[in-house]
Design a protein around this ligand. Structure first.
Ligand SMILES: [Zn+2]
Length: 69
């Protein structure tokens, strides 16, 4: 983790670059987990730990017990 100071107008672009570089260095498994985390908040969530389906409103994964807050 590191910090990058940019003018506020450039922040979205900088974040996108960092995101792309981060993804490029990830394994496929890590990318799946990252996508699952990004999808949290949709009707049915995908657990980032076991990729099971977490029903809407559930606070923990019924597959592996991972808790969300
Ligand atoms: Zn799970």
């Amino acid at each position: 983790m590191f910090w990058l100071a940019v003018a506020s107008d450039d922040a979205p672009a900088a974040a996108q670059v960092l995101h792309d570089e981060e993804r490029a260095s990830m394994t496929d498994e890590q990318r799946r987990a990252a996508d699952a985390v990004n999808a949290l908040g949709e009707d049915d969530n995908t657990c980032p730990a076991c990729f099971g389906t977490i029903p809407r409103g559930e606070a923990r994964c019924p597959e592996c017990g991972l808790r969300f807050s």
